[in-house]
Design a protein around this ligand. Structure first.
Ligand code: R5P
Length: 291
């Protein structure tokens, strides 16, 4: 029991300061739990409302693709310059020092590889997610793929149930199969399905008409970078997505396959957080690359 001597009555009730009833700073999440909001606030910069997530989960289906041969060398040094790390449990445990305190968006689904057809993904155990101190959980949905659409949507629905229980946001990742059109109608549908099933973040691809994808998805949308592009084009991609209302990027190959990954992630950060135009960000990239 606390010492009862000298108990002082409170006299500083801030009567001239009404309780803060502002909405949460990220769209669509005002009714989310404290835990989800707290974790989202670790991922999304409070000032810009955006994030630069560094994705290096590719190996779970692609193996040691270019730039990810040695994650301990190539990626660990970039981690400090990302707002969030998106990866699998195996690579995080083996290659990212645990004293790196960047929030982790943990890839929670796994299945087949690029050597066969679209993944028949299953989810990892929720205890593993909590044990990895994940700030968010990611799983993909394969909208339009007859073989895996239902099972991957069931996955994300179950993941949201887990997230609701423990206060962990879910990032829905929209896959693109070989047969699927990469247009705003498709990405709008797939993104909306993620949000309808309770995802707090949606990761999809930039396309013409992207403003419609963002508008019909009531939670923050981030874009994947896709295949490696010349740096200026990748910066234009990020810029265009931000102009359409994206809340940032979850970018992999256009960072770690760049000639200068550190310069590239900083230039992407300039576009995402500081509203740099592509040419200015490209100049920053070159300056950093040559310094
Ligand atoms: C794909 O399933 C992975 O989730 C990647 O993280 C994603 O495609 C983003 O990486 P990239 O920018 O290389 O496309």
């Amino acid at each position: 029991m606390a010492d009862l001597d000298d108990i002082r009555d409170g006299d500083n009730f801030g009567l001239n300061s009404p309780a803060n009833t502002d909405s949460f700073y990220l769209k669509g999440l005002n009714s989310a739990s404290w835990g989800i909001k707290n974790r989202m606030s670790r991922i999304f910069n409070r000032k810009s409302g955006r994030t630069v997530m560094l994705a290096f989960d590719h190996g779970f289906l692609m193996g040691p693709t270019s730039g990810l041969e040695r994650i301990d060398i190539g990626i660990a040094s970039l981690a400090d310059h990302a707002d969030c790390l998106m990866a699998t449990r195996g690579m995080l445990r083996s290659c990212i020092p645990p004293d790196n305190t960047k929030p982790v968006c943990l890839r929670t689904d796994t299945g087949t590889t690029i050597l066969t057809e679209m993944n028949h993904n299953v989810l990892i155990d929720e205890a593993e997610v909590i044990g990895m101190n994940a700030a968010a959980m990611a799983a993909m949905i394969a909208v339009g793929d007859p073989a895996t659409e239902a099972s991957t949507i069931a996955n994300i629905s179950r993941l949201v149930d887990i997230g609701q229980k423990y206060g962990i946001p879910v990032m829905g990742v929209t896959a693109v199969g070989k047969e699927m059109a990469r247009d705003s109608r498709y990405f709008g549908l797939a993104s909306r399905v993620c949000a309808e099933n309770g995802a707090s973040i949606v990761k999809t691809y930039y396309t013409e008409g992207f403003e419609n994808v963002v508008a019909c998805t009531p939670v923050p949308v981030v874009i994947a970078g896709g295949k490696k592009l010349p740096e200026l084009e990748a910066l234009e991609l990020a810029y265009n997505a931000i102009q359409c209302g994206a809340a940032g990027v979850d970018m992999g190959r256009n960072v770690f396959q760049s000639d200068a990954p550190l310069a590239m992630i900083k230039a992407i950060g300039g576009v995402v957080h500081d509203n740099l135009k592509p040419q200015a960000a490209f100049e920053l990239f070159n300056e950093l690359k040559n310094s």
